[in-house]
Design a protein around this ligand. Structure first.
Ligand code: GLN
Length: 299
């Protein structure tokens, strides 16, 4: 069979199984199997496929048609221009989360701290001490470590399996990140940071059952379920982050598109933070909340 027809057949089977992006996934799986890129696939569309490749391709299509996420079949997801390993132990990094990383990186670059001398740098004194809380695959912390120079990134997660995936990602991508296992702030007792970033679980429990099958059946629920109103983790973060930020330190959280007002209010009621800014993602939805721990001059 010709490549073009085989991939078309793959697309048809995925569409019939109600996979959202049938065409894209059918092409991705062919590229994954053959090592071709999309351009080669286009240029070689009229070439004959050998029967062995054809059979292997249809096996991949059959797995995807069972609604196994594409990324669990290929084992990877692109995020901020890097390829991250993923597994069922970690949330697959979403494009939405790039908004948080871009905003955090901009904030670090726009607010240089007092100059750190070359000797201090050699001794490991970084300009920014950043914590990625609930790090999952490590996508946020690792991306920041790669984009920003002079930062020291610590990342933590309650799941040891997630920490294993994240550590592997950091070493593959040559990013210097310190990983610690533990529940929320528990492994950071007595530590203070200049910035805390987090994409905690924020889906309302009742909404889990209406998520796509790929998500609810294959991704870790512990990384998605934010409790009855979706805000359980934010309550802990808002309560505890103030004890783990230096004065003026930044708190930057990914939020669900309808949680901006809740977070703004929660931070205002707490009283220890500056008024929160709600930042939109590319499709124009509220996606990130950003504020600072008040410093003496703010009080
Ligand atoms: N944005 C993710 C989703 O829609 C949820 C991420 C989270 O709960 N932190 O599946």
């Amino acid at each position: 069979m010709k490549t073009r027809l085989l991939v078309k057949e793959g697309e048809y089977r995925l569409a019939k199984a109600f996979c959202m992006d049938a065409k894209i996934d059918a092409e991705e799986l062919y590229c994954f199997l053959t090592g071709m890129d999309k351009v080669a696939l286009f240029l070689r569309a009229n070439e004959e496929v050998d029967p062995e490749t054809e059979e292997k391709y249809m096996e991949l299509i059959a797995r995807r048609a069972e609604r196994i996420p594409l990324q669990h079949i290929t084992g990877t997801q692109e995020f901020m221009g890097n390829t991250f390993k993923v597994s069922p132990d970690v949330l697959i990094p979403r494009q939405d989360t790039e908004t948080l990383v871009e905003e955090a990186a901009r904030t670090i670059q726009k607010n240089p701290k007092e100059k750190v001398s070359f000797i201090q740098k050699l001794k490991g004194v970084a300009e920014w001490d950043v914590l990625d809380l609930c790090c999952g695959s490590g996508a946020i912390g690792i991306s920041l470590a790669k984009i920003c120079s002079d930062i020291k990134v610590t990342a933590s997660d309650i799941s040891s399996a997630a920490i294993a995936v994240a550590s592997e990602n950091a070493s593959k991508l040559r990013a210097k990140v310190k990983f610690v296992e533990g529940d929320m702030f528990e492994p950071h007792a007595g530590k203070k940071f200049d910035m805390i970033v987090s994409n905690p679980p924020y889906i309302r429990t009742a909404m889990i059952s209406i998520l796509q099958e790929e998500v609810k059946e294959h991704e870790p629920l512990g990384a998605l379920d934010g409790g009855r109103d979706g805000l359980d983790f934010y309550r802990v973060i808002v309560d505890k982050a103030a004890d783990h930020l230096n004065p003026g330190g930044f708190l930057m959280l990914e939020i669900g598109h309808d949680q901006g007002e809740d977070l703004r209010k929660m931070l205002k009621d707490d009283g220890r933070y500056t008024p929160a800014e709600v930042i939109k993602d590319l499709p124009g939805k509220d996606r990130v909340v950003k504020c600072r721990l008040k410093k003496e001059s703010d009080l």
